[in-house]
Design a protein around this ligand. Structure first.
Ligand code: MCU
Length: 399
């Protein structure tokens, strides 16, 4: 055990972004086969395991992260499959071709890549755009176009089962589209790693992900479930992304025109068919969307929202403030920013947010400077209504 601890300390000291992954090798209590639902009107306590045990150390937090991931998969996202049996990548001009094999199924997928102009021998940073980017990406930065609809379609609830994710894993696979996208992005990163910076120009330690609206929900899931992402920038993801299911229900009950769980499963295939059972009783979920920043932590996270009622400005502000509290307890508060500047149309980037976004891109993708301390929102919230059941936060240092 002493040796394992020593190894963990050494990894934390040298590679902060992958520290949580390294810790995952330590022993966690055996996971139950399934988690039970609960009854809690507030946001579930991130500092308590389902067993009731408290999170008291960095190792505990890594185990709780693994548990939060399993719980989200069980209740709303569906199962994240393991890595495929084989990925073979080739690069031709600006196009990367991937051949992906799962069991007896093989798919060939092509991905358009704009190489970073600033690449040294180890390559340069790149941002993966889920269905397109609506943030200003600095010139010279690499871009990877992820065609998420082809991976898992998002037309309506019947889209479930359509796309290359399902061609590989079977039409009836439990994954909702947003989690399927996380798996598909993982294959793009497999390809980039395999080809290396000499062919792609990209340093896979400097990858960001972004997307807006429905694709912002996707960008958040990609960051939460694909640990090789250094900076996650979900924009105006609203319900199913930065918003909390419980708080959106509470706002709906107050008469707001806000997207809720019971609406979302009737609109699209973003979530697992498993979620339908819970959409009229979100207080029974042993999770909520403050678990998404908890899964991204301690990596970089810059959440952009808007004051459009449908997105749930109160809901996103509370859930993401809860997320920043989690980052704070981990000693890395500056690694997460939340910016809700309203008064502009959906997915148009407000110039008032530019300097804050740039500080995150510089810190996590370029490797320069410090992040601005960003918690911007005019939403009127009562935090205690939602987190009064939480245990006192442990003081853990992941920095
Ligand atoms: C905010 O993202 C979605 C929203 O969840 C949907 O209800 C609405 O139909 O579309 C939004 C969107 O993706 O707009 C581009």
């Amino acid at each position: 055990m002493a040796r394992i601890t020593y190894l963990i300390v050494a990894l934390v000291a040298t590679r902060p972004a992958s520290a949580a992954a390294a810790r995952r090798d330590t022993t966690c209590d055996a996971a139950p086969a399934t988690y039970t639902s609960i009854s809690d009107p507030g946001l579930p306590d991130p500092w308590k395991f389902a067993s009731g045990k408290s999170v008291a150390s960095a190792d505990d937090f890594a185990c709780r992260q693994a548990e939060m991931s399993r719980i989200m998969q069980q209740f709303e996202l569906g199962d994240l499959p393991p890595a495929p049996d084989l990925v073979t990548a080739t690069m031709s001009g600006t196009s990367m071709s991937l051949s992906i094999k799962v069991g007896s199924n093989t798919k060939t997928v092509s991905v358009s890549i704009t190489k970073p102009s600033t690449a040294g021998a180890s390559g340069g940073p790149a941002i993966i755009a889920v269905g397109g980017a609506s943030i200003p990406i600095p010139s010279g930065m690499g871009r990877i176009a992820f065609g998420n609809d082809a991976c898992a379609a998002q037309q309506n609830p019947s889209s479930h089962g359509t796309g290359w994710f399902f061609d590989l894993h079977g039409k009836t696979h439990s994954a909702g589209a947003t989690l399927a996208w996380a798996w598909c992005v993982g294959r793009i990163i497999d390809g980039l790693e395999q080809l290396g910076p000499a062919k792609t120009g990209i340093d896979t330690k400097k990858l960001g992900v972004t997307g807006c609206s429905r694709n912002g929900k996707g960008a958040f899931m990609v960051g939460a479930f694909e640990k090789r992402i250094a900076l996650t920038i979900p924009q105006e993801s609203g319900s199913g992304g930065a918003a909390s299911w419980r708080i959106s229900d509470s706002e709906f009950a107050k008469g707001k025109s806000i997207q809720t769980a019971h609406q979302i499963v009737r609109e699209n295939a973003w979530f697992s068919p498993r979620f339908t059972e819970f959409v009229n009783k979100t207080n029974t979920l042993p999770e909520d969307h403050h678990f998404l920043p908890a899964l991204v932590a301690p990596r970089g996270l810059f959440v952009i929202e808007n004051d459009i009622d449908w997105l749930g400005p109160v809901s996103t502000t509370v859930a993401m403030k809860a997320g920043r509290m989690i980052y704070d307890a981990l000693g890395v508060k500056g690694n997460m920013g939340f910016s809700l500047v309203g008064g502009h149309s959906h997915c148009s980037f407000p110039s008032a947010t530019s300097a804050d976004l740039t500080s995150f891109i510089n810190r996590f993708l370029v490797g320069t400077g410090q992040t601005n301390d960003v918690e911007v929102s005019k939403a009127n919230i009562t935090m205690d209504d939602w987190i009064k059941g939480w245990s006192a936060a442990p003081k853990i240092s992941l920095a």
